[in-house]
Write a protein that binds this ligand. Structure first.
Ligand code: ZN
Length: 296
């Protein structure tokens, strides 16, 4: 019988906790708003207390965070503009309630691992999972393992060419103003166009500009990490009008320089939406639990 795992998808506005063996076998799931760390983590603990036979717990959370098990701040949220959450100790909260291994990583690294195990990245050893929604973040799986390095990648904050004549919107990243996230997150779209991204019609010029920014970011990732595939999730990233435009613009930007059939002949299977759809997050948390259980 398959082992049962607990997964926490920690988001800026909501937490999702689940128990299961994988995305097709979620036995129970609960979601609640992200409030204070104390209250939010207590709700997660209460939920898992109903399941006595878990093998491990995985936490896939918004960052920045410390995913290094050898660090003194492992398991914590690093300085964040989100009120009250700087220093929140997610792994500590789970370890003090349960005698279980606890896996901990960014939401996007978790989602990448979930896509590797069950979704659109099966069989690959180097790929990227990017989410474009309220914020923008990217996880990377490189040479068969999740990429951490110093902390974890911050793909949402790379600088992009910003033509102020074409797009006078100054950008809304609190750290860099017009970085990728500052120009292309769902929040940036809403501020630029004066209405929520989800309500912009398919023929609105917003989508062409959005695809332009996403394609520039993707071209940089192709040049730097040489991914075998790029998976784009999130509410904006999974908008129907955008994927095809992004694929075509990436081809134009690369201009034939990266000589791989995966790009030159198969762009539609190179830049894709998640195989797990909106389940990437929870599946990622379960996958992180499995990983820490396998590595213990
Ligand atoms: Zn930024």
């Amino acid at each position: 019988m398959s082992k049962l795992y607990g997964g926490i998808e920690g988001g800026g506005t909501k937490f999702v906790c689940a128990v299961g063996t994988g995305p097709d076998d979620i036995r129970a799931e609960i979601r609640f708003p992200t409030t204070t760390p104390k209250e939010t983590l207590a709700q997660a603990v209460d939920f898992f207390k109903g399941y006595g036979d878990l093998a491990a717990i995985g936490i896939a959370c918004f960052g920045p965070l410390d995913p290094n098990p050898d660090s003194v701040t492992f398991g914590q949220i690093l300085p964040t503009p989100k009120p009250g959450w700087t220093g929140a100790d997610l792994v500590g909260a789970m370890r003090s309630a349960f005698d279980l291994p606890v896996g901990f990583d960014t939401d996007v690294n978790g989602a990448a691992l979930g896509e590797y195990r069950w979704g659109a990245a099966q069989g690959l050893d180097t790929f990227i999972y990017l989410t474009i929604g309220t914020g923008i973040g990217g996880g990377a799986y490189v040479n068969g393992r999740l990429l951490h390095g110093l902390l974890h990648p911050e793909m949402g904050h790379i600088p992009l060419p910003h033509d102020l004549a074409r797009d006078p919107y100054e950008g809304n990243c609190p750290f860099h103003k017009d970085c990728f996230e500052g120009l292309a997150s769902g929040v940036a779209m809403e501020k630029r166009w004066g209405q929520p991204a989800g309500t912009l019609p398919a023929d609105h010029p917003a989508w062409e500009l959005e695809a332009h920014y996403i394609a520039h970011a993707l071209a940089s990732y192709v040049y730097t990490l040489s991914p075998q595939r790029i998976i784009i999730g999130g509410g904006v990233g999974q908008n129907e009008s955008i994927l095809k435009m992004v694929q075509q613009k990436v081809l134009v930007l690369l201009n034939g320089y990266v000589q791989s059939p995966a790009i030159l002949e198969n762009i539609r299977t190179y830049i894709v939406n998640p195989g797990l759809g909106n389940r990437s997050g929870v599946a990622g948390a379960i996958a992180l639990a499995q990983l820490v259980d396998e590595e213990k």
